[in-house]
Design a binder for this molecule. Structure first.
Ligand code: HEC
Length: 148
């Protein structure tokens, strides 16, 4: 039953991933941005990745309709560290505030550095949970096959 639920979840997320890949970026991430990218992937991408149905992305698509500001946070070039800090520490709408025990001040600085870096330095979009699950399942299958 647990596996069925996981399969349904993976299928639902994979649909979103397929849509996200429409505007996928490619290339490596600058080494100094990798910590911030991992923090973004863990705490922010579940609501803000380039998948139109996500809570943050769909809200921001409405907020910025008719402008050239992208709905996905990872594609924005207009954010600054102070603005990111205010939203992360206070939350907005149904975005929760994040405490320093969840995201430390140092991690917030790394996260802000990632979200304000030139797009070419950010590299490919952060891996989403569904993509990670698909990758790990394939790795596990390859491992099981290799052991036979
Ligand atoms: C539970 C979902 C959720 C999570 C998790 C989340 N957000 Fe949000 N975020 C939202 C929503 C919803 C909005 C409000 C959109 C609006 O104003 O209509 C928002 C708004 C924002 C804004 C304001 C953007 C603007 O132009 O108005 C920033 C910046 C932001 N989030 C950053 C982050 C960062 C960084 C993280 C990770 C630490 C994060 N969010 C995690 C849902 C989320």
């Amino acid at each position: 039953m647990k596996y069925l639920a996981l399969a349904v979840l993976a299928g639902t997320l994979a649909f979103g991933v397929a849509r996200a890949q429409d505007n996928a970026r490619t290339g490596p991430t600058a080494p100094e941005l990798q910590e911030g990218k991992a923090i973004y992937a863990h705490w922010c991408a579940p609501c803000h990745a380039a998948v139109p149905s996500l809570a943050g992305t769909s809200s921001l698509a409405i907020k910025y309709q008719g402008t050239d500001i992208p709905a996905a946070l990872e594609d924005r070039t207009d954010l600054s560290a102070p603005v990111i800090g205010v939203f992360v520490r206070n939350g907005v709408a149904w975005m929760p505030p994040f405490r320093p025990t969840e995201i430390s001040d140092g991690q917030l600085a790394a996260l802000s550095a990632y979200l304000t870096a030139p797009l070419e330095d950010r590299g490919a979009h952060a891996e989403l949970l569904a993509e990670e699950m698909v990758r790990k399942a394939a790795e596990a299958r390859a491992q099981a096959g290799g052991d036979q």
